[in-house]
Design a protein around this ligand. Structure first.
Ligand SMILES: Nc1nc2c(c(=O)[nH]1)N[C@H]1C(S)=C(S)[C@@H](COP(=O)(O)O)O[C@H]1N2
Ligand SMILES: [Mo]
Length: 396
């Protein structure tokens, strides 16, 4: 059955609100607030990033409340943050980007010079490879903000990295690049030249305006679909090298220990993942009847092809409606109408990407990657709806 037909059929069964009749009391008759130069949200809105207390707030993270955002774009003010040394305060009029190493000529760009070059805008997620790290354990996190909130999606604008590298003229020995940030830790990552040339973006725009300081103002690297950590913020230097540099940021972290004692390194692509954001842990369903099940799916290998939803703990699956257009390596919104009968129900989602990869269960993931990894957990996540309408982590 087509998802649209299903949605239409269920919509007619949707319950109207209980109260009928009288018009609501009119609003104020005094004139409203005047125009303002830079907007703010309504004071009634309180949605916020989740921040855990940390003794080192400069080396911490904050999480996107995925269940309180709509559509596929994360508002910039709610984009998750991960900083290894705090947010530097950088003046764009003095900021420079150096392209050097195995190139015919080193180039130093000011922000103005970068903005003169051909630009592109692309919708892409950024996900910390440590996102959902707690989901490796049998007892996952209680809310979707805690379990999946180190992922967000923006429209990024900037210059294709290919243009800068071609301008500098990469020498034949050049096969990798090292990207470096201008924060106190000078965070660095090695990535392949192939990826840099394929779709790397030196981005200065986020959701129609300049990057937020937390996201790397005035300049960051976007490597679509690759580990969040490779998307170096406050970008100051790109060095073309023969091979990876094995810098501290890629040896002390972002490697995965396998059962046989070997570790995987440079596992760049984020695997396909989906999660139901509503209803999800911490929510309360008010009454039986129509409810929309909705969530997000994404893959570092391209587009999401389909998302299936189960309301009976995996005994049966139904294809959800996937919102058009679907962008490659971007959040993809799925929705499914649902009539809750008031009984206990376990909700699951499972996505498939254009490479044919299917999101695994926790058992399938462990069979492939062992039990010692902290990174790249993309297991299927379950939410239990109890008879009283309260929603919690299915494995709690
Ligand atoms: N210079 C620099 N770049 C950085 C980081 C950092 O601490 N310094 N953190 C990395 C990590 S671990 C992640 S997950 C992403 C997070 O990007 P965001 O804070 O914009 O969400 O940025 C990456 N780029
Ligand atoms: Mo990260």
């Amino acid at each position: 059955m087509g998802a649209t037909a299903l949605a239409g059929a269920t919509w007619t069964a949707c319950q109207a609100p209980e109260s009928e009749g009288t018009a609501p009391a009119p609003g104020p008759s005094a004139l409203g607030a005047p125009v303002r130069r830079y907007g703010e949200r309504s004071p009634f809105e309180k949605v916020a990033r989740g921040v855990r207390d940390s003794k080192t707030p400069e080396a911490a993270s904050s999480r996107t409340p995925l269940d309180e955002t709509y559509g596929i774009i994360t508002p910039s003010a709610l984009h998750f943050e991960r900083h290894h040394a705090g947010v530097p305060d950088i003046d764009p009029s003095t900021h420079k980007l150096l392209i050097h190493g195995l190139v015919e000529r080193s180039l130093l760009f000011s922000m103005d010079e970068l903005k003169r070059l051909p630009s592109i805008s692309r919708v892409h997620f950024v996900e910390c490879s440590g996102n959902s790290g707690g989901e490796w354990s049998a007892k996952g996190a209680p809310t979707v903000q805690l379990s999946h909130g180190l992922a967000s999606c923006s429209e990024w604008t900037g210059v294709p990295l290919r243009i800068l590298l071609e301008e500098a003229g990469v020498k034949p020995e050049g096969k990798w690049i090292l990207a470096e940030g201008d924060d106190a830790c000078r965070m660095q990552r090695s990535v392949t030249l192939e990826k840099a040339l394929e779709d790397g973006i030196v981005a200065y725009g986020q959701n129609g305006e300049a990057l937020r300081p937390e996201q790397g103002y005035p300049l960051r690297l976007i490597l679509p679909g690759w580990e969040g950590n490779t998307n170096v913020k406050w970008l100051r230097r790109v060095k073309v090298t023969q091979g990876p540099q094995y810098v501290k940021d890629e040896t002390s972290k972002y490697t995965e220990l396998m059962e046989d004692g070997q570790a995987w390194i440079f596992t760049f692509e984020m695997d396909a993942k989906s999660v139901i954001t509503s209803p999800s842990g911490g929510h309360a369903i008010s009454k039986p009847g129509f409810h929309e099940i909705t969530g997000l799916a994404w893959s570092g290998r391209g587009k999401i092809m389909s998302v299936e939803v189960s309301t009976d703990g995996g005994a049966s699956w139904t294809e959800a409606d996937v919102q058009d257009p679907v962008y490659s390596r971007a959040f993809t919104r799925f929705r499914m109408p649902w009539k809750w009968d008031g009984g206990e129900s376990v909700l699951l989602s499972r996505c498939t990407d254009e490479s044919g990869y299917v999101q695994p269960s926790r058992e399938e993931l462990i069979a492939e990657r062992g039990r010692y990894s902290a990174y790249h957990c993309n297991r299927i996540k379950g939410w239990r709806v109890a008879a009283d309408g309260s929603v919690s982590n299915a494995e709690a």
